[in-house]
Design a protein around this ligand. Sequence first.
Ligand SMILES: NC(=O)c1ccc[n+]([C@@H]2O[C@H](COP(=O)([O-])OP(=O)(O)OC[C@H]3O[C@@H](n4cnc5c(N)ncnc54)[C@H](O)[C@@H]3O)[C@@H](O)[C@H]2O)c1
Length: 445
Amino acid sequence: MRARQGERVQNGRAISVFGLGYVGSVTAACCASLGFRVTGVDVHPGKVAKLASGQAPIAEPGLDTLLKEQHALGRVHASSDSAAAVQATELSIVCVGTPSLPSGALDLSHVEAVTREIAAAIQAKSGNHVLVFRSTMLPGSTRKLCQEFLGDLVNSGRLKVYFFPEFLRQGSALADFLDPSLSALGAASAGEQPDSLLEGLIGPDTAIAAYEEAELLKYACNAFHATKVAFANEIGRIGKSISIDSARVMDLLCSDTRLNVSPYYLRPGTPFGGSCLPKDVSALCVFARTHDTSAPLLDSLMSTNERHLQSLLELVERTGSRRILLLGLAFKAGTDDLRGSAMLELAAALLLKNFQVLIFDPLVSSQQLIGANERFARLRLPNLASMLTQDLVAAIADSEVIVASKKCVAPETLRPLLTNHHHVIDVNGWTELAALTPNYEGLCW
Ligand SMILES: NC(=O)c1ccc[n+]([C@@H]2O[C@H](COP(=O)([O-])OP(=O)(O)OC[C@H]3O[C@@H](n4cnc5c(N)ncnc54)[C@H](O)[C@@H]3O)[C@@H](O)[C@H]2O)c1
């Protein structure tokens, strides 16, 4: 939530918070401190009793003091009666648990139960209501809940539903709630204007996304955190195996905010390649093994990269067309280096499956290739010379699918050459291509 400490909205609006655990108790206390009149609801009578007397139902630094203060101001109430809580409020925030089932899958039963109760309570009252899910839920969950339990209310315009992922950390939950590291609101459509009742909960820098984007964002953040911890620990184990201080290595790694701790390398697109990344990842994995160090995350990198290339190949195959033109062959823009190039591997895989493959890359000429680059290309794609073309007009006319990995042609040049029959597969987020053909598809979007 984006209203910061000190920017209290003092609006006196009544809201209900469902679930008084680690997220719900903090939500109740902080919303009260922002000026809302809060009714907390839980199925656990002990938690309701605690909040009703101005005490924190869970341990969190500063929470007891804040609740006591807000309770004394008359802004914090608690109830086991969900219908009464909905009746008395305009907006409900759902913070019930979404634990794991024994299989590891998500258990949505608490959210479903509370959604049913809230729906029945809104039906029974007059006036409109806003429902905000903060419980962590997998992509598709909010829309499914709307369809299964809230359809009539949403369709009649009496209810607006949002998914608002919570990013607080236990231990610093109050500060995180009031000044979150990230604020994104999921709405029925990404272009939707948020309901005015959300004022004070969201701020001007809250990104508005579709439900599914906001839901995936929450999981992407936690998976990213988990990946970072696991990565640091694997580097730590490798360092320990050779008696060096990995904490210092990781400090130095983090000091690079241009390539390492930055958005660089964090955009979905082409598989990684080039002369260094595949070689160095492989060497590090072998090094770890020879030092009896297990590094399953690092070990998985080459196979996830290969799987990504496979998904590109599947995308080409799904077009049902056989004549393919690759726009861009080198492993990235601005180079003729073919070592570890995903496009070179794609060309080799397509040839094996008897596709016709042409390649246009102004920086790559088979006569100019030299040294290790030339040896690599000869080994992986012996008939490269016969596939390379400089005649873009003829190559597009002779192709049905264009796989674009590099901006090596101006869109204005492509526009008159493309027909409605061409499929364009965008590997690297060259989204201007979408405007050039109805048959555009991105590798990851
Ligand atoms: N704990 C965190 O740091 C954190 C951070 C971000 C997001 N989340 C997500 O927020 C959600 C809540 O997490 P938590 O740690 O607060 O869970 P929690 O288990 O501490 O609290 C959940 C509360 O919901 C109550 N509840 C269950 N069914 C109910 C119902 N029908 N009506 C009213 N109350 C009901 C439970 O009694 C419990 O008090 C989860 O989806 C979690 O993944 C948690």
